[in-house]
Write a protein that binds this ligand. Sequence first.
Ligand SMILES: Nc1nc2c(ncn2[C@@H]2O[C@H](COP(=O)(O)OP(=O)(O)OP(=O)(O)O)[C@@H](O)[C@H]2O)c(=O)[nH]1
Ligand SMILES: [Mg+2]
Length: 210
Amino acid sequence: MSKPEDKLKIICLGDSAVGKSKMVERFLMDGYKPQQLSTYALTLFDYETKINGKMVPIEFWDTAGQERFASMHPSYYHQAQACILVFDATRKITYKNLTNWYRELRKYRPNIPCLLVANKIDADLGVTQRSFQFGKKHSLPQYFVSAADGTNIVKLFRDTIKAAYAYKQNPTDYVDQVLAELGNFESGKLDENDEAIFKLTSKEDQAEEF
Ligand SMILES: Nc1nc2c(ncn2[C@@H]2O[C@H](COP(=O)(O)OP(=O)(O)OP(=O)(O)O)[C@@H](O)[C@H]2O)c(=O)[nH]1
Ligand SMILES: [Mg+2]
C-alpha cells in the first residue's frame, strides 16, 4: 500500500478554455474518477502508475472557470512536484498570459519542473513548425499536443510524471540539472519572433469562437 506522502502532485495552469481539463481527461480516458471541490473550483484526478517497479499514486490538480488571469490560492501550489503550463496554439492572448502564470508559479514553486504545452494543434497543424520563444527563454521543455485527437498527450503526461518523480526523489539534483540546461539557452529579446508567429492567427484572435 502506498502512503499519502508518496503521492505526486501535478498541477495544471493556463488561461480558461486552453484545454487543461480536456487534456487530463484525454490522458486518463476510462476509469478516472474526478473529485469535485466546487468551493475552490478545483478538480482532482487520481491516477496510479508503476515507476521503477513500484506503484506510485498521482494527483492531477485542475482549476476551472478562470475567466482571465487571476491569482490562485497558494494552496494550489503547495507541495506540487511538477506543473503543466498550457496555452492555446490558436489564441495569442493565452500565449501572452503565460508570463503571468509562470511568474506566479515561480513565486511559490521556484524549482519544480514545468512543461510547456501548445494545445489544439489539430486546429492549426502549421503551428508545430513554429518555434515559440517563451519555452526557450525559461528553459522549459515544450510539447505540441491535441487533447481533441490525442496527439502527444501520453508522452506529455508520462514525461511530466517522470519529472515530478525525479524532483521528489531529489529536488537539489533537479535544480542543478535545470541550471546546467539554462546555460545552453540565450536569454534576451526574442519576443519579436513570437509576434510574427501569431500574426498568422490574428483573425482567430478577434473571433469570439474559433
Ligand atoms: N480543437 C480543439 N479543441 C479543444 C482541444 N482541447 C480542448 N478543446 C476545446 O476547448 C474548450 C475548452 O476546453 P477545456 O478543457 O474545458 O479548457 P480548460 O482549460 O479546462 O478551461 P477552464 O476550466 O475554464 O480553465 C472545449 O470546448 C474543448 O472541447 C484540442 O486539442 N483541440
Ligand atoms: Mg477546466
